[in-house]
Write a protein that binds this ligand. Structure first.
Ligand code: PLP
Length: 384
């Protein structure tokens, strides 16, 4: 059996090696390292794939979130509501811009931001909501957009984990994750569903004016050469990374399908096991099926019920099975983000999830033998 990896980038590269190498070589030969034609080409390709008017490539996903918030003109002291159960980057940029992060609890079924908790957290100072499409499936965007409209709030989608996922409206209409709110941000970190070979990110919007503002901000606030109209940053997608992404984008649907297939096999093995809750696909077709792409499984995350997680992690590691705990500490308990406005009773679900979740190997190259070994090792540990 091939050695099991949390993310197997090497085997994936092996299949596209010649094309990727050629594409990178082209950048080097032309020396168009910064803002070269590959970046523009990728921008256009991604706009088409997402069916969004504007893609603004940038240096990484954290920058994408920050630039989105700068572009919306959020001001120090403005309150921004986001999920307590996410990667720190989401809340980090809010704090960095001297906005006030307001963390709220998530749902037990899909790990995404809880709608009632958002409603309860709104104050006259609230200016934006940042839903995170955690682990590969969209938050309840229809409800979030309704709240935003009623309270005149911006919605910034953190789409770092869900690129290529569909969001299905109640009426059946499907759109790509990250293109529903006023602005979406994503990451091309190597292990993400569409990963480059270094850092990369992008911002999406259908708003022409906002797109114009954002294009200036990523480039030192310049709209005309050496005229700096606003304070910007230097956040560019490297041409070499764009060269990799251009090759990989046409495979994104297949990559996501491979993840869904692996998830389906995991689900089957853990079906009707009381100690294990498998990930639920919600707000869309209601199940993992061949015809929908509503969950793209950036992570495959289980909730363990009455199982000693630390012992299981140790056991898996001894059996050469990597695994992860995303995320072990709620953001409201992180030193940098504590706030006297929070009570522990505000976060019952997050407080529970951090103790119960475990993420299994998930990538595009998992084979049946590996999945069978992983699932039987887990079941043997629990019932063995
Ligand atoms: C990866 C990630 C980011 C940050 O992306 P980088 O490219 O690493 O800066 C932000 N939010 C979430 C939810 C992520 O998973």
């Amino acid at each position: 059996m091939k050695k099991i990896q949390m993310v197997d980038l090497k085997s994936q590269y092996a299949q596209i090696k010649d094309v990727v190498n050629l594409s990178i070589q082209e950048v080097i030969e032309t020396t168009a390292f910064i803002n070269g034609p590959k970046v523009h080409e990728f921008q256009k390709n991604l706009e088409q794939y997402l069916n969004v008017k504007h893609v603004i490539p940038c240096a990484n996903g954290t920058d994408a979130l920050q630039i989105a918030m700068m572009g919306l003109g959020l001001k120090p002291g403005d309150e921004v509501i986001t999920a307590d159960f996410t990667f720190a980057a989401t809340v980090e940029v809010i704090a960095l811009l001297q906005l006030t992060p307001v963390l709220v609890d998530v749902n037990e079924d899909d790990f995404n931001i809880n709608i009632e908790a958002i409603k309860k957290a709104i104050t006259p100072k609230t200016k934006a909501i940042v839903p995170v499409h955690l682990f590969g499936q969209c938050a309840n965007m229809e409800a979030i957009m309704e709240i935003a409209k009623a309270h005149n709030l911006y919605v910034i989608e953190d789409n770092a984990q869900a690129i290529g996922a569909n969001y299905t409206y109640k009426n059946g209409k499907k759109v790509k994750a990250g293109t529903i709110g006023h602005v979406g941000a994503t990451s091309f970190f190597p292990s993400k569903n569409l990963g480059c070979y270094g850092d990369g990110g992008a911002i999406f919007t259908n708003d022409d004016n906002l797109a114009h503002t954002l294009r200036g901000i990523v480039n030192h606030g310049m709209y005309e050469r050496y005229h700096h109209d606003v304070v910007g940053v230097n956040s560019r997608l490297d041409s070499i990374q764009a060269a990799v992404l251009n090759v990989k984008l046409p495979y994104l649907n297949d990559y996501n399908k491979a993840r869904q297939n692996a998830a389906k096999k995991y689900n089957r093995a853990f079906k009707d096991i009381d100690a294990i809750v498998t990930p639920k696909v919600t707000y869309s077709c209601g199940e993992i099926c061949d015809t929908c792409d509503c969950h793209v499984f950036h992570q495959y995350t289980l909730q363990l019920k009455g199982v000693d997680r630390d012992a299981l992690v140790k056991h898996l590691n001894e059996k050469s099975i990597p695994c992860g705990v995303y995320y072990p500490i709620p953001l409201h308990n992180q030193k940098a983000y504590t706030d006297s406005r929070y009570n522990e009773t505000d976060f019952p679900v997050t407080n529970q999830l951090v103790k119960e979740v475990i993420s299994l190997p998930m990538h595009t190259e998992l084979d049946d033998e590996q999945i069978e070994y992983i699932t039987s090792t887990i079941l043997n540990f629990i019932y063995g």
